[in-house]
Each structure stands twice: as C-alpha cells, then as structure tokens.
Design a protein around this ligand. Structure first.
Ligand code: NAP
Length: 498
C-alpha cells in the first residue's frame, strides 16, 4: 500500500469491526485494513460453536440496521445462521480486499510526531490515522482456578473452544457453570450422555424464551422494508421500556419479573427440593437474565444431576465437592464465562508519552462514552468500558460508536496532520455520571457478585441506562469534548505492512 498512512485500522473482524468497516467505506473512507488474528471472520459467532449456541436477542434486532435481512429462519437464530450473515456482509460490501486474516496485532503505539498509529503485527507494520479496537468485550475465556484442573485425564474444554471431535455419547459429562452458555448447552447434550452432572455455584433467573420459526407469510411481510423497520422498532422499544421502567434498579418490575420466573420454574420442576436449589437468592437482573424453555425440563431428567455443593478439587477422573462426594467424569466442560477486561489488554496499546493502556487503566477500565481515552489520540474502542447492555441489542451501542468514529474521520479529513484527543475533563464527567447511576443500580444492590464487576467491585461493563440515551449522547462527536492536537514534527510515514 502506498500513498501515506491509512484512514483507519480496525482490529477484529467480528460484528463491531465489520460494522465499522462497512460504514467507513460508505462514507468514503475506504483506505482501511481489518486485522483479524483468526483465519475466519465472525468473532464471538465464529468461536462459540457449542451445541445450542444462539442469540438471546431476536435476529431482526440483533443485526445491523443498515444491512438488514428479511429471511431470518427464526426469532432467535442459531450460531451458524448468524455466522453466515456476517460472512455475507463481507462479500456484499466488498470488504475481502481490505481484510487481513491470520494477522495478529502484537502492539500498537501512537507516534506523536506523525500523528498516527503504528500497528505492529506478526506480518509487518501498518500505519493509520485512526485505530479502532473492535476486539469484543467477551473474547478471552475465563478458566476457573480450581485445584487439579490441569490434571483432569479426559477431554476438558471451554464452551468457546468446543471440541467437536469429542463424542459425548455414552460418556459421564460434567459441566461447570450455569450462565447463558450452559443454559443453552445442557438441553442439547442431556440425553446424549450416559450421565450429565451440572455444577452450579449460583442459579440464574430464567424467563420463558418463546422461540419460533418465521413462517412463509411472516418472511414475505418482513421482506417489505417499512414493515421490517416497524417490526425492528417494536422489538427495540419493547426492550427499551424495560430499562425505562426500572430494570436497571430494584423496582416493582423486578418483583413482577421474579414472579414470572418462579412460575416458569414451578411449571417445569415439580420436585420442591430441586426447585429450591434452582431459585436464586439475589434479585432478578443483578446477573444477566436468561431465556430458556428447555433448560429446566432437562434438569428434571433422571440422567441429569444438579450439584450445588462447592467444588473442592478436580481429580484425574472427576470432581470432589465440599461435602466429600466424588463425581466420576469422563469429559469436563468449562461453561465458566469470559474475562471482560482481557480483550483490550491484549492489544498492548501505547498512547502519548509512552503511556500504556495498562497504566491508564490501573484504577479500572475507563473511557469517554466507553470509546475514547485521554492520552490516546485517534484511538477508539468499540464496546469499551460501560457500554454493555443487559436489556437490549448491544449492536445499538456499536452503531452509535461507529457513527462517532465516522465524525472523527470527517474532522480529521478537514484537519490534515492533526489528531483528536478527548479532554480529560470530558472523560471524568462521563465516568462520574456513569458511576453515580451505577451506585444505585440493580447490579450494585441486587445482592449478587458477577463478571460485570471488576476486582474492586466496580461495574466497568454495563451502561446504566437505555440504548437510546447512550445513542443520543455518543453518536455525535462534540468538538468541545475533544482537543485537536498537532504533531511535534511531520513525518513522511507510509503504510508498509499487511
Ligand atoms: P457467565 O454468564 O459468566 O457464566 C459463567 C458461569 O460459570 C456462572 O454460572 C459462574 O457462576 C460459573 N463459574 C465461574 N467460575 C466458576 C468456578 N470457579 N466454580 C464454579 N462455577 C464457576 O458465562 P457464559 O455463560 O459463557 O456467558 C457469558 C456472557 O456471554 C453472557 O452474559 C452473555 O453476555 C454472553 N452470552 C450470550 C449468549 C446469547 O446471547 N445467547 C450465549 C452465551 C453467552 P456464578 O454465577 O456463581 O459466578
């Protein structure tokens, strides 16, 4: 590539990276690269191929508003269908020529003299004015620190790295964890195994899912653009209302939803003791609320056991729990979730004055609108701190962030050789406002611990309001929040890498 540095480098070819690329391209900023360490695009939907993997948000909402599809097969499509949608995006929007698969970012440093980012990959160096981290919030699998885990003799794998070569038929299978992944996996594999033992630390709240295929008529109607848009808006606003009416706080809505969830449990589990062990002791919404119609029925099967004693150790042939019981296992599945801070850490970013991201985030992950950081000019994170959503499609957040980055690109186009750096004061204001709202939130007051909270018990994961409020605040880049900084000296840097 010649002709000077690129407009932007996007790290990650999952949902958010592809959204960024398509919008940049359409806005005329076509000089970009998408760097992807894997050999295929898709991010979460490439990695999570476990049995039953599916979206928890209806596809007509969990898809890009500017790249709609009318023929989704069902309300909550499975992994393969979403992955195919993402593959189609690459083809339909002609991104393949700017996609670099199998390219791992080793580090990226801001060059103050040249006002650009120098991204070092295992295939060379690439330079761009803007760097976009689109590495996903939930990418790095969390491996539990259980004594003896490494010594387990049979196959042992995380849900995000499912071993499809491992035949579960006739095996004694253990699953650790009862989050969103486990709740989808358990009903799929129960009945295929000789015995399934589920190790639960805390039960999730589960509401009915009501998944259904779209019939021919529904598909035809959804092929009409205004109707499809209306349907999407109805899906969106139904979810927004839950946040508006109190899902982010302990409220009357919390009690109502808990009653629904208890009735759902009672219908499926007649045994009062099993029901008691499946009833959460914290308030609904404190951890992610799950949707399933087949998880509880699977737990009522005679060939499935729920173990609620704490795990003491993993042995080569099973798990020993705190009560001394030994649970013999042939296969162990870790449905233990992800480390939310792990994704951005691995980019090894160095901003102005040689300051690393680790240093900047010493006191916790922190970015203006979850997007931009003082000391890191022209760097934007998609799905950065406090931009996760519990109640609606996270793609609403991504689209607002992408719009913000596009405005940055426009500003920089009219100010060649300069960079945009968010003011420390704007970043602090955002942090204070978010923290104030979080202090009283369901995630702080709901009586649970969760991966939403960092090591110091602070929520650096979720946005504490509606997606609409975030969109309103974040999609426009307000110049007063940013300083336009100049180079100390110009350089003739050119992109030389992949
Ligand atoms: P998760 O929600 O973090 O659940 C991890 C589970 O592992 C929890 O039940 C946790 O117990 C348990 N656990 C962790 N460490 C443990 C240990 N040392 N001993 C015993 N139990 C342990 O992870 P996930 O199910 O993979 O889901 C992660 C996120 O991914 C979700 O919240 C969601 O955002 C996303 N996701 C979405 C979908 C979807 O849309 N359909 C599907 C899958 C995942 P505690 O609850 O006690 O901590």
């Amino acid at each position: 590539m010649s002709g000077g540095p690129l407009d932007l480098v996007i790290v990650g070819a999952g949902f958010s990276g592809l959204a960024m690329a398509i919008r940049a391209d359409r806005a005329g900023f076509s000089r970009f690269r998408i760097l992807e360490k894997a050999d295929r695009i898709g991010g979460t939907w490439r990695d999570n191929t476990y049995p039953g993997a599916a979206s928890d948000v209806p596809a007509h909402l969990y898809s890009l508003s500017f790249a709609p599809r009318s023929d989704w097969s069902r309300l909550f499509p499975r992994q393969g269908e979403i992955q195919a949608y993402l593959r189609d995006l690459v083809a339909e929007h002609g991104l393949a020529d700017r996609l670099r698969l199998g390219t791992t970012v080793l580090g990226a440093a801001y060059d103050e003299a040249a006002c650009l980012w120098r991204v070092e990959t295992d295939r060379g160096v690439v330079e761009a004015r803007i760097l976009v981290g689109a590495v996903g919030a939930l990418h790095a699998p969390a491996r539990p620190a259980l004594p003896g885990l490494d010594g387990f003799a049979g196959p042992c794998f995380h849900t995000a790295a499912w071993d499809h070569g491992c035949d579960l038929a006739g095996k004694r299978v253990g699953v650790i964890g009862t989050g969103a992944s486990a709740v989808q996996i358990v009903p799929e594999i129960a009945g295929r195994t000789a015995h399934l033992t589920l190790f639960q630390r805390s039960p999730p709240w589960i509401l009915p899912r009501h998944d259904r295929p779209y019939g021919a008529l529904a598909k035809a109607l959804l092929g009409i653009a205004p109707l499809r848009r209306l349907y999407r808006a109805s899906l969106f606003w139904r979810r927004e209302l839950t946040a508006l009416f109190g899902f982010t706080r302990v409220s009357r809505l919390t009690a109502g939803a808990e009653a629904l969830a208890r009735a759902h449990l009672k219908r499926a589990i007649p045994d009062p003791d099993l029901r008691r062990r499946l009833t959460p002791s914290y308030r609904l919404g404190c951890k992610r609320v799950l949707l399933s119609d087949d998880y509880y029925p699977a737990l009522a099967r005679p060939d499935v056991s729920l173990v609620t004693e704490a795990i003491r150790a993993v042995t080569p042939h099973g798990i020993v729990t705190a009560d001394g019981a030994e649970h013999a296992l042939d296969v162990l599945i870790l449905a233990t979730g992800f480390s939310p801070s792990g994704s951005f850490d691995r980019l090894a970013l160095t901003g102005r004055d040689g300051r690393s991201l680790a240093q900047a985030w010493r006191d916790g992950a922190d970015a203006f609108h979850g997007l931009a950081m003082s000391g890191f000019p022209n760097l934007f994170l998609l799905l950065g701190p406090n931009t996760g959503l519990g109640h609606n499609s996270v793609l609403a957040m991504v689209e607002a962030q992408v719009a913000h980055v596009l405005e940055a690109l426009r500003w920089l186009k009219s100010n060649p050789g300069r960079a945009l750096e968010v003011r420390a004061e704007a970043q602090r204001r955002f942090r204070d406002a978010v923290d104030a709202r979080l202090a009283d939130s369901i995630w702080a007051r709901g009586g649970c611990g969760s991966w939403y909270l960092d090591g110091k018990g602070r929520n650096r994961t979720l946005w504490p309001g509606t997606a609409t409020a975030y969109r309103r605040a974040a999609r426009r880049l307000r110049r007063r929040d940013y300083a336009l900084v100049g180079p100390s000296q110009r350089s003739e840097a050119a992109a030389t890498g992949p």
